[in-house]
Design a protein around this ligand. Sequence first.
Ligand code: GDP
Length: 206
Amino acid sequence: MKYNNATFVTSIANIATIPVAIGKEVAFAGRSNAGKSRALNTITGIKSLAKISKTPGRTQLINLFTIGVDRFLVDLPGYGYAKVAESIKKRWQHTLDHYIATRQSLIGIILVMDIRHPLQETDLQMIELCIYYGHKIHILLTKADKITKNIANSTLYDVRKKLQMHEKHVSIQKFSSLTNEGLFEVHAKLDDWFNELLPNCSQYQH
Ligand code: GDP
């Protein structure tokens, strides 16, 4: 699959207005400031694709990008930003829950975590939610350039071990938007997901 032809489709502030689910889509999720926007930019090779927010927690929209006919990448709002009001947090939790629970075209979630602070409470909740609804998760341990190779490898090992019971649903890799470490691996994972036949052989779900 080509990812560098990604094109912005729409931004959604209210989950009720999301376009009808057609084809296949992969969603990007993660705590605010984990490096989700930069990961999306690196994966597509388009520097300005997901605007790298200067104020974490500010971008509270679902952004849809197309990467070909009936193929989409979805940038979900970052979660876990401490300075956001409780009522807004609740609203966005509802949006995420609703999206994960009901989106029929969703074939996998790329979950972005800062390798220096993996598996925070909100990440674990996200993992449980995705597994509950039968979604596959691929975890990017980002900012791997910020720590030594040894520490990065032992973090990868620890995270794998902690999620071992979910190994059918969850895969994990190191990633860096600065050095492009892990770029090939995440492209291969996305290719796998997008090329996989759906269980009922229908590429179109509404
Ligand atoms: P988001 O809130 O999850 O979308 O996070 P951003 O993508 O905006 O990144 C948050 C901050 O981390 C920014 O200052 C980025 O430049 C920085 N960042 C993101 N990914 C990496 C990475 O792989 N390596 C390094 N060194 N910095 C990164």
